[in-house]
Design a protein around this ligand. Structure first.
Ligand code: HEC
Length: 205
């Protein structure tokens, strides 16, 4: 086969092969040349190339899929309320925001993310927890609410349950501030238990 010195032409006609003397190009049959051309562009072959791109995209997607941290909710409305129904609306909105924060924290924990992103939200929880008792004024036991009558008849226990929540949330916020992932995950469970304890006694199903 004729040896052709490489003159810088495109790779279409000439392909570098390991067979020829160094620095020379060897003319290859067209079909083989084309295959080499493809191999140079996609050394792993088309199919693997496509798979690799797809996997790369997935891996990047996982890396980017940070759990959305809910924005710090507005400060809940405080008493006095013009009418009991206003207290119900305000407390339910705050409980709902709190539930969204808690859900996002759980997702972030499951994904192994840094709790520091939740520091501001966790501190909001602490403040809200301290406000809970005043959000159940007399007259707000009926209407569009799941609050159970025991909140008014056994106020001491209700406030004790709430104090347990405040204590747990305060520790949770400190761990978020410190970016202590393992500590946060553990304390998240402990805090969730205080939500459940109060709901069991004081919230209708
Ligand atoms: C001291 C008691 C108490 C604690 C602690 C408490 N809750 Fe509740 N929660 C209630 C009561 C009572 C209601 C019902 C309020 C109503 O319907 O008026 C409620 C309602 C809710 C709701 C429903 C809101 C809606 O859409 O109406 C969610 C969600 C919720 N709580 C989440 C939580 C989470 C999460 C925690 C802990 C991080 C928590 N709660 C801690 C007493 C508590």
């Amino acid at each position: 086969m004729q040896e052709t010195p490489y003159r810088g032409h495109g790779r279409k006609k000439f392909s570098l092969t390991s067979g020829g003397p160094a620095g020379t190009m060897r003319r290859l049959p067209q079909s083989q040349s084309k295959r080499q051309d493809r191999l140079m562009k996609y050394p792993m072959g088309w199919k693997n190339f496509v798979v690799a791109v797809a996997l790369g995209g997935v891996a990047m997607g996982v890396a980017r899929a940070q759990v959305a941290v809910p924005p710090v909710p507005a400060e809940p409305a405080k008493p006095p309320f013009a009418k009991p129904a206003d207290a119900i609306v305000a407390r339910r909105a705050a409980f709902k925001a709190q539930g969204q924060i808690f859900k996002a924290m759980k997702d972030a924990n499951d994904a192994g993310e840094d709790p520091k992103a939740f520091a501001a939200d966790a501190n909001w929880l602490v403040n809200w927890s301290k406000q809970i008792p005043v959000m159940f004024p007399p007259g707000s036991e009926s209407g569009d609410t799941k609050a159970l009558p025991d909140i008014w008849s056994d106020r001491a226990t209700f406030e004790k349950d709430d104090a347990a929540y405040t204590e747990a949330a305060t520790k949770l916020a400190a761990l978020a501030d410190a970016g202590d992932k393992a500590g946060f995950v553990k304390q998240f469970g402990a805090t969730g238990a205080t939500c459940g304890a109060c709901h069991k006694t004081f919230r209708a199903k």
